[in-house]
Design a protein around this ligand. Sequence first.
Ligand SMILES: [Zn+2]
Length: 69
Amino acid sequence: MAAITVARFNGDMNSDWHSEHRLTPHAPMAERVRWHIQHAEKCACRPIPRDVQDAMAQRGSEETAGARS
Ligand SMILES: [Zn+2]
């Protein structure tokens, strides 16, 4: 029976990383973006939320535009 509990997150959730990188519920968007970028590299337990994806796209284009001018 114990194996069922383990199998639910087996291979997908990097609980070591999560215990070291906690995202507070009311973290500012910049913080959430940073967290999700790192999270996507280290863990695949959940997708990046739409609003965070939008913020990433905005930030990315702003940084690119600034670097080119
Ligand atoms: Zn995760």
